[in-house]
Design a binder for this molecule. Structure first.
Ligand SMILES: Cc1ncc(COP(=O)(O)O)c(C=O)c1O
Length: 373
């Protein structure tokens, strides 16, 4: 790809931090992990953070450690990455997909409330594309119905809602550090929580079911190897130290796109200024308006790809995936209508103004081409 969809931003000092770890004898469960966890917890504003091998692993540990399983229903959006629903199914709990708000693309509190049954135990809230969900309303619903709340903040590090960071509202929250994320550890994730007993259990489950009181070959319960190595943690710690610069740079890129695309007819752009909210820009996703079809969107994807410009169909709804055939009939009209007209454009810290201009021009031409058909 001439202009990739995403690209990690790794500095020389971050490479040096990783190399320094490789010169030590401690490659797992060491000081880098402890420091990364401490710094991350402080950043989100919660007491506990547990580094894990991926966002998916973190979601799985939350579901398991909260005791969710067979017979339990967990409310989750279908318009997101499949890991959120898979983590529920790992524990044989039942994902119940609810629809999204047309504007924010986040789960709507009204749809959540409507989906609650006697079996509902939890809400898995996703802060889609780094825009925080309506947490005040969602927490109020959860309190009223005595439901647990897990925040999937994999796309939303640093996002805030009424002055509080995404990830600081629920019983637990999960962040992801895959290379397309705002900060990366290669692969990796972080679970955060205010609940000390939950933190202790997640920490043990991450490490083969060993509690602090267990020795290395004693396992109090069946756990997993979901540890994150010192090498990954060193990278994460160094990236986290410049998170504010990263978020500002990404916001600048989003605003440049906004400016360049605002006069194109038929495009719906993501909102950049929302009272009470700071978006942590994960991706820049535009939508074609209702006059376009899924085939139109796909032909634009083909044209951009032909021009060596990376783009993505974010997201193909989970309930339409072959592995979710049993959920295919979920009634999710907004999800289905929006998902077939979304288009993620190249978005990364070091994208240049020229590259943005090139993406916008190619998109403009592609849309004109469609109009003239
Ligand atoms: C919303 C959401 N949840 C979960 C994940 C899974 O994270 P990971 O790829 O680190 O397992 C991702 C991203 O990849 C995501 O975007």
């Amino acid at each position: 790809m001439k202009i990739p969809l995403s690209s990690p931003d790794i500095t020389e000092s971050e490479i040096a931090a990783v190399t320094a770890v490789l010169r030590t004898s401690r490659l797992s469960l060491g000081p880098q992990m402890e420091e990364f966890e401490r710094a991350f917890a402080d950043y989100v504003g919660v007491p506990h953070a547990i580094a894990v091998s991926s966002g998916t692993a973190g979601l799985h540990l939350c579901i398991r450690a909260l005791g969710l399983g067979e017979g339990d229903e967990i409310i989750v959006p279908s318009f997101t990455f499949i890991a959120a629903a898979n983590a529920i199914r790992y524990e044989r709990a039942q994902p119940v997909f609810v629809d999204i708000d047309e504007e924010s693309l986040n789960m709507s509190p009204t749809s959540i409330e409507r989906a609650i049954t006697l079996r509902t135990r939890a809400i898995l809230v996703v802060h889609t594309f780094g825009r925080p969900a309506e947490m005040a309303a969602i927490m109020e619903i959860a309190l009223r119905h005595q439901l647990l709340v897990i925040e999937d903040a994999c796309e939303a590090i640093g996002a805030t809602c009424e002055g509080r960071k995404a990830g600081s509202f629920g019983d637990a929250a999960v962040f992801g550090f895959y290379p397309n994320k705002q900060i990366t550890t290669g692969e990796g994730g972080m679970v955060v929580t205010r609940r000390p007993e939950l933190a202790k259990r997640i920490r043990a489950l991450r490490n083969q079911g060993r509690y602090d009181s267990d020795d290395w070959l004693q396992h109090s319960e069946v756990g997993y190897n979901y540890r994150l190595s010192e090498i990954n943690c060193a990278l994460g710690l160094a990236q986290l130290s410049r998170i504010e610069d990263i978020l500002q740079q990404r916001e600048k890129v989003a605003r440049q796109y906004q400016q360049s695309l605002s006069d194109i007819r038929g495009l719906i752009l993501p909102a950049t200024d929302i009272p009470g909210i700071r978006i942590s820009w994960f991706v820049y996703v535009v939508r074609l308006d209702a006059s376009f079809t899924e085939a139109d969107r796909d032909s634009i994807v083909a044209l951009l790809t032909q021009a060596a410009i990376g783009c993505g169909r974010y997201f193909a709804p989970i309930h339409m995936q072959p592995s979710y055939a049993a959920w295919r009939n979920s009634a999710l009209p907004v999800t289905e209508a929006e998902a077939c007209r979304t288009l993620a454009l190249p978005f990364f810290n070091r994208i240049t103004e020229d590259q943005i201009a090139q993406v916008c021009e190619t998109l403009r031409t592609a849309l004109l081409h469609l109009e003239n058909k």
